[in-house]
Design a protein around this ligand. Structure first.
Ligand SMILES: [Zn+2]
Length: 692
């Protein structure tokens, strides 16, 4: 429950970019709303998404090395180009490099030199495989797991459905009942497919994907040195073991409710859940401090893990670790590993036809490993202080809008309003980049050891999380890097976080009018603020504690409104071939609906100060409110390949872009008025939902 991400499905797909461009060429042009982009052939009251986006889609087919493409595509390319130029400059500099330039420059060199990757990384990988071969008894599982978590993958990074790491995840988190305390959390995990349904569903498409997955695991084990027959037998073992773990895992809808994952257990109790695993040994090896209690997201999962440890002999666990090691290491190994990994995860699961060029993969690798070193250079170039000031003004206008909204609500009692307002006023707004940059001096980076650089950067980051446990909290720490095109709300810190990467066109432009900026960035800001008050966020108080501050009557009213949203979004998604579960997406859908309302109120108040109204017409012939809605929809002009659409609908708590636009505005009479949509039109919902 670290955060709820706002958007950008594009980044679920593998990194990609159209071929072309070496870094000395001009940067791609950043686009923002262009009113000529609407398609007059389409009725805005029937399909506002296609009305706003179809001309863009026709002119901008998805590039072959992307799983999706949209108006934010040029921004992605721009960010990548800026990072690339910074990395190349740092790598080329001969003398007087700063500490940051040494780290990012040598990291870049180690990644870009494919011939040393084929040799040096392969050698380092062989040593890791040998470690697994040398395991003698099951009691060493904790040793191997501690080592793997500390060298490769992201065992600290809790995802929507699980932590994608071998066996389970381990991280630091605020105590749900006392957000001033940082405790250790064990999370379900251990499988590599995107969610437990991928293992358990009998649906034909899922069965087919599992078949392809077994082939992929077989190929990876062959690359790791196994004979074809051994690899095929071992891949079947891997699928069985991951299925055992997936079966034991909590499902995604139940997991959304923080009450279900707030299980505090002592080490002795955890040892009882999974007696065959040496928990104390694992904690000692990763240098975690002694703790009274830990959070265990799903005790049932750890009971299932016990079953799996007992049922499977050591030989199976060696195969499992080998596969997980190869899976996590693949992006940092030679061409054959990269291609096989791409072929299943980016092609089969996401639909991307072609692999991204090496430089693009190295940019993302550097951002992932040394994000706040690379981010300093990015921010210096991309996010001037006056942009930060203007964004802050929009944030304040939207927080003011929620304050106004809360005080006007007809369905909430004064008591709950007081608490809600207090929570709103306690939000910490974090804009662009951290006040204090992370110090990477402990990470050794050399120009000729790519995989080992990744091992050392992983060790640093995992340890950084582990060492938070038992220490005072730090609300100023970030879990996204500055160039990231995304944003998040953290319910336990009660912070909203907007990296500089999303404070660029088409989301925010320093030269755009207020209606354009409020419709785009404003709705994103409103979305994040609303997360503090969505169906799960509302359960946390101003201090970030999981504490019920609602009167029973207000909670009941809230739930009725929430159900309207979850019912509305429980719908067939024909283009993805699956049905959406509105209970999985309820929080995000609530944030989308609240976000645009708050942005609209914020815009109206801002215009009032300038002597204008929402109906004031501009030089482009549009009223302020029309431009606001067009800018909102423009933000979401993004096409996805069917493969990734299916994966998203089945596992992701966000609705697809089309529904983020059409469902949201169909709930707003303000939209119907702005575009003259009469009753009975598809985008005029008779039973319009509204929470915030
Ligand atoms: Zn969100």
């Amino acid at each position: 429950m670290r955060h709820w991400l706002v958007i950008t499905l594009m980044f679920l797909s593998s990194f990609a970019v159209s071929q072309k461009k070496n870094s000395n060429e001009e940067l791609p042009k950043l686009q923002r709303l262009n009113a000529d982009q609407v398609n007059p052939q389409i009725d805005p009251c029937t399909d506002f998404y296609q009305y706003s986006c179809s001309k863009f889609f026709a002119a901008n087919p998805i590039p072959a090395d992307r799983a999706s493409w949209g108006v934010a595509g040029p921004l992605q390319e721009w960010n990548e180009a800026v990072m690339r130029q910074s990395l190349e400059a740092a790598a080329a500099k001969k003398q007087g490099r700063t500490a940051v330039e040494q780290k990012i420059g040598d990291y870049w060199t180690s990644c870009m030199n494919e011939s040393t990757v084929e040799t040096a990384s392969a050698k380092a990988f062989q040593l890791e495989l040998k470690r697994i071969d040398d395991l003698k008894q099951r009691s060493q599982l904790a040793d191997q797991l501690a080592h793997q978590h500390s060298t490769i993958g992201s065992a600290w990074a809790v995802d929507d459905n699980a932590t994608f790491a071998p066996m389970f995840g381990f991280t630091a988190l605020q105590d749900y009942d006392d957000a001033q305390k940082t405790v250790g959390q064990f999370d379900q995990g251990g499988f590599a497919l995107p969610g437990r349904d991928f293992y358990l569903s009998d649906e034909a498409k899922s069965v087919e994907i599992r078949k392809q997955y077994v082939t992929h695991v077989t190929n990876m084990l062959k690359l790791a040195g196994e004979s074809p027959s051994q690899a095929a037998a071992d891949a079947a073992v891997v699928l069985q073991m991951e299925t055992d773990l997936a079966k034991a895992a909590m499902d995604a809808v139940k997991r959304r409710d923080p009450k279900n994952i707030n299980n505090k257990l002592t080490l002795a109790q955890i040892q009882k859940l999974t007696p065959s695993f040496d928990w104390q040994r694992y904690l000692t090896l990763i240098h975690a401090s002694a703790q009274q209690t830990f959070l265990v997201t799903s005790p049932d999962f750890f009971r299932g893990l016990e079953q799996a440890i007992r049922q499977h002999p050591l030989a199976h666990w060696k195969v499992y670790f080998k596969w997980q090691l190869a899976h996590d290491s693949a992006p940092y190994l030679g061409k054959a590993f990269v291609a096989e990994n791409f072929n299943f995860f980016s092609h089969t699961l996401s639909g991307t036809p072609e692999e991204a060029p090496r430089w693009r993969r190295c940019v993302h690798s550097a951002d992932n490993a040394l994000g706040e070193a690379l981010g300093q250079v990015y921010v210096a170039r991309a996010f001037p202080p006056d942009s930060k000031e203007r964004v802050l003004r929009i944030v304040k206008a939207i927080e003011g809008a929620l304050d106004q909204d809360i005080s006007n609500l007809s369905w909430m009692t004064a008591e709950t309003k007081k608490q809600g307002s207090a929570k709103l006023h306690s939000i910490l707004d974090k804009i662009g980049y951290p006040d204090k940059w992370r110090n990477y001096s402990a990470v050794e980076i050399k120009p000729d050891t790519y995989l080992e650089n990744v091992h050392r950067a992983t060790a640093f980051e995992f340890n950084r999380w582990v060492q938070k446990i038992g220490k005072p909290i730090d609300r100023y720490d970030w879990t996204m890097t500055p160039p990231t095109i995304n944003a998040y709300y953290d319910p336990q810190f009660n912070t909203i976080n907007f990296p500089a990467g999303i404070l660029q066109p088409p989301f925010f432009s320093s030269d755009a009018d207020d209606a354009t900026n409020f419709g785009a960035e404003g709705a994103v800001i409103g979305h994040e603020i609303t997360h503090g008050f969505d169906d799960q966020g509302r359960k946390f108080d101003a201090k970030g504690n999981l504490h019920d501050w609602w009167t029973a009557e207000d909670a009941k009213n809230y739930d009725e409104r929430g159900k309207c949203i979850s019912d509305e979004y429980t719908q067939e998604i024909p283009e993805a071939g699956v049905k959406q579960n509105g209970l999985l997406t309820q929080g995000e859908d609530t944030a989308d609906n609240g976000g645009i309302y708050l942005a609209l109120i914020g815009l109206e108040n801002t215009l009032k100060q300038q002597g204008k109204t929402l109906e004031t017409k501009g030089d482009d012939g549009l009223t302020e409110i029309q431009r606001f809605f067009l800018s909102f929809a423009n933000n979401w002009c993004e096409e996805l390949r069917p493969e990734i659409m299916r994966t998203v609908v089945l596992t992701n708590p966000h609705s697809l872009p089309k529904y983020r636009v059409n469902n949201t505005i169909a709930n707003m009479p303000e939209f119907a008025r702005a575009f003259g949509c009469s009753k009975g039109k598809p985008l005029v919902h008779e039973n319009a939902c509204r929470v915030w």
